[in-house]
Ligand binder design. Structure first.
Ligand code: TYD
Ligand code: MG
Length: 470
C-alpha cells in the first residue's frame, strides 16, 4: 500500500486525522479540517541524527545561578507583567485582538530597550518597513537603533538573526510566517506550530529573547497558535475595549514570574502611556449621588483597583426579562439575583437587570458580589449608597457575606483615593494599619442585613446616618 502523503489537521484543536471529515471528532468543531502534506519537520519519521541515540545528561535540582538575568525595558507596566523584565533565552507570546495596540506596545518596548544598549530586531510580517517607520516616527522612536525588517519567510529570518545576534527579537505576527518545508498555507496550525518551534529553538540556542505576536479569535483563543501557548515560556494578553482608551496587559502563563499581574496603559495620540494609578482613571467623572452605583475595591494581581459598578433594574417590556452584563460573569449575576430573591425576599421577576463595569474593565473576582448586590439594591430602592464608600465581599449561597483576601490593600487604596467608608464583612483580624484610622467600616455579615439597611435608608428619605451606622 502506498504511504499517505497528506494528513488532515483540525485548525481548532490540532488533532491529526487520516481522512477528511466535516466535523472534528476530538473537539466537535465543523469545517476545521485542512489538508497538509506529511513531512519530517511536523513530526513524521525521526531524522537520522536522532536515531543514532545521544546520551542525555542528568543534573541536580540545585542550581548555581542565583537570580535570573533580566532585561528591564524601563516601561514599568510591561516589566511588572513580565516578572521584572525579559529573560534571555526565553520565548514570549503576546496575544490580543487585531488593532488593540500590540505592535505599538512592542515597538515602544523595542525603543526603550534599544536605548539601553540592548540589540533589538523587529521583524514585521504584517506591515511594510515604511509603515513601521512611520509609526516609529509618530512614537518618537525614529532615531532608536532598532534593526527593522519586513519579511514572512522563516528561513531568511532565521539566517539573518543568526548573523545579527540580537538580544531581543520581535516577530509581528506569528500567523504571517511560513516555512517552505511545509506544504500548508501560512496561518494554518501546522505552519504556526513549525515556525514557533523553530523560533523557540532559536531563542534557547542563541540566548535571545523572542517575542511572538499572535492574534486572538472572537472567542478569546489565540487563533491557530493555541498549540504555541505550550511551547513558549510566557503568554501575555493585551486586552481592552476599543471604545475606551485604556488597555490592560495580563500575564496568562509565565515560567519566570507571577501570572496575576496586570499592566495598565492608555492609548494616546503619541502611543501607549503608562497608568500608574488605574483607580483614578476608572473613577474619573463619577457622580457620588447617583443611584444604582457602587464603588468596588478590587484586586488585579497584587494591585488594588477601584472601579464603579453600575446596575439598572427596570420593568421588562415584554416576555422573558433580560439580564445583560458587561465586564462581569453573567452566571455570577444570576447567583447574586437568586440569593437576593431566596434569602432576602427581593423580587426581580418581571424586571430587566443591566449590569456594567464602568470604564470597560473586566472583573473576575468573586469579591465583587457584595458590590453588585449593593448596586442592584441601590437601583431597585432608588437610593444612593453612602457617599465616599467602597464595597467588597463574597456572597455565599446561604446569604452570608464572607471576608475576602487582602482587605488591607483594598482599604488602603480606598483611603488613598479619599474614600472614608467601607461596606464589607467584618475582617478576620483587626487591621493594624494607622492609615486606616480615617476609614469607618460598615460591617455587613449577611445579605439580609444589607437589604434592611437599604430599606431603612429608603424609608428615611435618602441617606440617613443611622441606617449606615458601623
Ligand atoms: P496596533 O499596534 O497596530 O494594533 P495591533 O498590532 O494589535 O493590531 O494599533 C493600532 C491602533 O492603535 C490603531 O487603531 C491606531 C491606534 N494608535 C493610536 O491611537 N496612537 C498611536 O500612537 C498609534 C501608533 C496607534
Ligand atoms: Mg499589529
Amino acid at each position: 500500500m502506498p504511504k499517505p502523503i497528506s494528513q488532515f489537521v483540525c485548525q481548532s484543536c490540532g488533532t491529526i486525522h487520516g481522512k477528511w471529515a466535516g466535523r472534528c471528532d476530538a473537539c466537535g468543531e465543523w469545517n476545521t479540517l485542512v489538508e497538509e502534506s506529511i513531512n519530517p519537520v511536523a513530526g513524521g519519521k525521526p531524522s537520522r541524527s536522532r536515531r543514532k541515540g545521544r546520551m542525555i545528561e542528568f543534573v541536580d535540582l540545585g542550581s548555581e545561578s542565583a537570580e535570573l538575568p533580566r532585561m528591564a525595558s524601563g516601561i514599568t507596566e510591561f516589566d511588572r507583567v513580565a516578572g521584572g523584565g525579559l529573560v534571555p533565552g526565553s520565548a514570549l507570546l503576546v496575544g490580543g485582538d487585531p488593532g488593540i495596540g500590540k505592535s505599538t506596545l512592542l515597538l515602544q518596548v523595542c525603543g526603550t530597550l534599544a536605548g539601553k544598549d540592548a540589540k533589538v530586531a523587529y521583524v514585521s510580517g504584517e506591515e511594510s518597513a515604511d509603515q513601521v517607520q512611520r509609526r516609529a516616527k509618530r512614537l518618537g522612536l525614529a532615531k532608536s537603533p532598532v534593526a527593522l525588517a519586513a519579511e514572512t519567510s522563516l528561513g531568511p529570518i532565521l539566517d539573518a538573526l543568526k548573523d545579527e545576534r540580537p538580544d531581543v527579537v520581535i516577530i509581528d505576527s506569528i500567523q504571517t510566517l511560513w516555512t517552505d518545508q511545509l506544504g500548508a498555507a501560512p496561518g494554518t496550525v501546522a505552519q504556526v506550530r513549525a515556525c514557533a518551534q523553530e523560533l523557540t529553538r532559536f531563542a534557547k540556542k542563541s540566548g535571545a529573547c523572542v517575542i511572538l505576536v499572535g492574534h486572538v479569535t472572537k472567542d478569546g483563543q489565540i487563533a491557530g497558535p493555541r498549540v504555541v501557548e505550550h511551547m513558549v515560556d510566557a503568554v501575555m494578553y493585551f486586552e481592552g475595549d476599543k471604545s475606551h482608551q485604556f488597555r490592560i496587559l495580563r500575564a496568562h502563563k509565565n515560567r519566570f514570574g507571577p501570572t496575576d499581574e496586570i499592566g495598565v496603559f492608555e492609548m494616546r495620540e503619541s502611543g501607549l502611556a503608562e497608568i500608574e494609578n488605574p483607580s483614578a482613571l476608572f473613577l474619573d467623572g463619577r457622580d457620588n449621588a447617583a443611584t444604582g452605583t457602587a464603588v468596588f475595591a478590587g484586586l488585579e494581581g497584587t494591585r488594588p483597583v477601584l472601579t464603579e459598578i453600575q446596575a439598572l433594574v427596570a420593568p421588562a417590556a415584554f416576555g422573558t426579562p433580560r439580564r445583560a452584563v458587561v465586564g462581569w460573569d453573567s452566571s455570577r449575576l444570576a447567583m447574586v439575583l437568586a440569593v437576593l430573591e431566596a434569602r432576602c425576599g427581593v423580587s426581580f421577576g418581571g424586571q430587566d437587570v443591566y449590569l456594567n463595569v464602568a470604564g470597560g474593565l473586566r472583573i473576575q473576582e468573586p469579591a465583587a458580589d457584595l458590590a453588585v448586590a449593593a448596586a442592584l439594591l441601590s437601583s431597585i430602592y432608588d437610593i444612593s449608597l453612602p457617599a465616599d464608600s467602597v464595597v467588597f465581599g463574597e456572597i455565599s449561597l446561604s446569604g452570608d457575606v464572607r471576608p475576602v483576601g487582602r482587605s488591607d490593600a483594598r482599604l488602603k487604596e480606598a483611603v488613598k483615593l479619599g474614600f472614608s467608608k467601607a461596606i464589607c464583612a467584618s475582617p478576620r483580624r483587626k487591621a493594624a494599619n494607622s492609615n486606616l484610622i480615617d476609614l469607618s467600616l460598615i460591617a455587613i455579615n449577611t445579605l439580609p442585613d444589607l437589604v434592611t439597611r437599604v430599606e431603612n435608608c429608603a424609608n428615611g428619605q435618602g441617606e440617613s446616618e443611622s441606617a449606615w451606622a458601623a
